[in-house]
Design a protein. Structure first.
Length: 474
């Protein structure tokens, strides 16, 4: 069992002050696979003090110095890529083939995109006889989830460094190993003491203390909408900036006449990648009534051909979901779908036939779904897809927007029609005929999917304040 029992504060690995030991349970074996120490208020105070002390000097570093630092981090990160992938697969169950590529690779992608954006970033501009400048916002707290650890950690840490901020990272206690290795990477890369601090801990203690702390200038959280609301409430008394990347219930509109054998597999596969544990997963598939039955059959065949297996074994199988609580939630939603009248055309409740332990979910397809059903409204965060019928494009747009979320959406079919209806979709991202998240364009959502944007120059801007110099400015 791996042990990551210390916190990384002010450039040193130190013991927690009063923390408690916490075991991480492997979702494939249901046995303890690693352990951490859950931090305390005293740990938060120490980390924030270190970040505050480091801010004055680090915020004054040059663009060139920050570029060089980020490049050093990339070099060290690449040396530890295998260790990071192993930790992700062991602790949260992502198949190693995906951990070694998409999971670890997303971190490298964000570093490289941020470096490029930093080189071109306009820190100041002239407005008549005045000057407007971008300055680092200060000490930032970064709260990240377990489902795409390196994607979400690096999408915050890289632009925060680029902006000149100092930071405290609180990763999910469900997948802490990758974050601990990441802290070792930053230490080896020569990040100055206090610029980056790592606190292992849970949301109610460490997360809440960071959000409330008067010396934290900004919170950036990726997580559930419930967690985002809690952080915003904790942060309200100190009027700090709160940046939120939260949940989703994305639609996948299959336009009338689209070739189903081409249009369906990419979207279905996108949902099931990472066992459905992606906030942008297009899990509501909207199909015109004239093609609905055929689409349901194609989708059912696709889902029935998916298999689950050991996440540490190479292959194209799905891994388990992250923990028993999540498995129980998904099983309850599958049962609710059947109770409300949906048809489980593939999968259904219980463990898949080829396993007798672990938190594996049968890849499940619900047909005969209406958008008022629970499975069409709640974020399931598992390999569960709903097929919803629409009558015309007006109906499709109405159903697509009939959700509390607005993170992402997909449109498949005639690109002319797709571009006509894309402006009417209330979501931060619209994928037209395939495509994957691109670190060069902004990532973020509408409504209860959060506020603010990550990636590239937009991500750097999130960690900056804007100041005006007015008058005879040199």
């Amino acid at each position: 069992m791996k042990s990551y029992l210390q916190q990384y504060i002010n450039g040193q690995w130190v013991d927690s002050v009063g923390g408690t030991r916490h075991q991480v349970i492997s979702p494939s074996t249901e046995q303890a696979c690693s352990e951490i120490t859950l931090g305390t208020q005293a740990d938060v105070d120490a980390a924030v003090a270190a970040a505050r002390s480091a801010f004055d000097s680090f915020s004054q570093t040059t663009r060139e110095e920050r570029v060089a630092l980020l490049e050093n981090i990339v070099a060290e990160y690449q040396k530890r890529a295998g260790d990071i992938a192993q930790a992700i697969s062991t602790e949260m169950g992502c198949p190693i083939s995906v951990s070694q590529t998409a999971q670890v690779g997303s971190g490298i992608g964000h570093f490289m995109t941020t470096i490029g954006a930093l080189k071109e970033f306009e820190f100041e501009e002239r407005v008549g006889n005045n000057k407007v400048v971008h300055e680092a916002i200060g000490v930032v707290a970064l709260i990240t989830p377990w489902n795409w650890p390196m994607n979400q950690i690096v999408a915050k840490v890289a632009p925060a460094i680029a902006a000149g901020c100092t930071m405290i990272l609180k990763p999910s206690e469900e997948c802490p190993g990758a974050a601990a290795i990441f802290a070792e990477v930053l230490d080896a890369a020569g990040v100055p003491a206090g610029v980056f601090n790592l606190l292992q801990g849970d949301g109610p203690t460490v997360g809440s203390a960071l959000a409330k702390h008067p010396d934290v200038d900004m919170i950036s959280i990726t997580g559930s909408t419930r967690a985002g609301i809690a952080v915003a409430k904790d942060a309200a008394d100190t009027v700090k900036r709160v940046h939120q990347e939260l949940g989703g219930k994305s639609p996948n509109i299959i336009l009338p006449g689209a070739p189903l054998e081409q249009a369906l597999p990419a979207g279905l596969g996108g949902v099931c990648l990472n066992s459905g544990q992606s906030c942008i997963a297009p899990a509501r598939v909207l199909v015109h009534s004239s093609q609905y039955d055929e689409a349901c059959q194609i989708a059912a065949n696709f889902m029935n051909n998916l298999t689950v297996g050991d996440p540490l074994t190479e292959g194209q199988h799905l891994g388990p979901v992250v923990n028993k609580s999540q498995w129980d939630k998904i099983q309850g939603l599958i049962a609710k779908g059947i109770e409300e009248g949906a048809t489980a055309a593939a999968g259904g409740p219980g463990l898949p036939d080829n396993v007798d332990h672990g938190y594996y979910v049968k890849p499940t397809l619900f047909t005969q779904v209406t958008n008022d059903m629970t499975v069409a409204r709640e974020e399931i965060f598992g390999p569960v897809i709903t097929m919803i019928k629409y009558e015309d494009l007006e109906d499709a747009v109405r159903i697509a927007n009939d959700t509390n979320y607005g993170l992402s959406s997909v449109i498949c079919g005639d690109p002319v029609v797709a571009n006509q209806i894309a402006p009417r979709i209330r979501a931060g991202m619209v994928y037209i005929n395939a495509g994957t998240p691109d670190a060069t364009v902004p990532f973020g959502g509408y409504k209860q999917s959060g506020n603010g944007r990550e990636f590239s120059k937009w991500g750097i801007s999130e960690f900056m304040e804007i100041k005006s110099y007015i008058g005879s400015v040199l």
